[in-house]
Design a protein around this ligand. Sequence first.
Ligand code: AP5
Length: 219
Amino acid sequence: MNIVLFGAQGSGKGTQAEKLVATFHCHHISSGDIFRDAFEDGSELGRVAHSYIERGELVPDDITVEMMLQRITQPHIARAGFILDGFPRTIAQAKALDEGLAKLGREIDCSVYFDVPRAELIKRLSGRYICKAHQHVYNVRTKPPKVAGICDMDGSELYQRTDDQGPAIEKRLDIFFSETIQLLDYYRAQNKLLHVDGNRDIDEVSADLIERLKKYLSR
Ligand code: AP5
């Protein structure tokens, strides 16, 4: 099973991916997490990507596609299937993904779009905290940790992403609603689109999504 999750920043891709992995036992691959890990490791990829991320801009397609295809085409990942979170984000990336998978005789089975109004996205992003060890996601308003500032799952410290502060939030949303939103037509044309109302309680979204995905994948 190979699924693409897309939606604006803060629409709940990472949050729902954690739940889908627990149900479908496949790999969660987040482009943003890979870039942030590369930066923590001090790699050249991380350094280059960081300069774009801090400004709220997309990392160039060639860098992103190469990094993601390397990961996706690893044999254990290709075998178990994956949930892509944050990739593709442009039509060029979506085409490169389809071509890369076709070479392996694989394809994307389904893409899920999380639809959330802009005002709600801004509220969510400004309240988000991430754990340092494994990037588990919290929110001061809607999903607070049991102990303030500490991850429930691994005890590591929580931090706020620099791109969740200041003007980078608006810039990221502008890019989404002008560019990434075009993926709706791309996957609709392939008859592979599930449109999900993401403006509901986290558990309500995941219960609906899991039920619909099970039906969709057994077609
Ligand atoms: P990335 O890390 O992917 O960030 P993003 O796209 O900005 O997406 P987010 O992680 O902000 O949102 P999400 O939908 O996962 O929301 P979450 O579940 O955390 O990318 C970072 C940067 O890397 C990009 O800006 C770009 O520079 C670069 N990059 C990455 N991929 C790239 C690509 N393909 N091409 C080029 N550049 C790329 O939820 C948000 C908050 O809301 C949380 O606090 C959560 O607890 C809360 N929440 C979630 N669901 C609900 C709900 N239903 N109700 C209430 N609260 C909720």
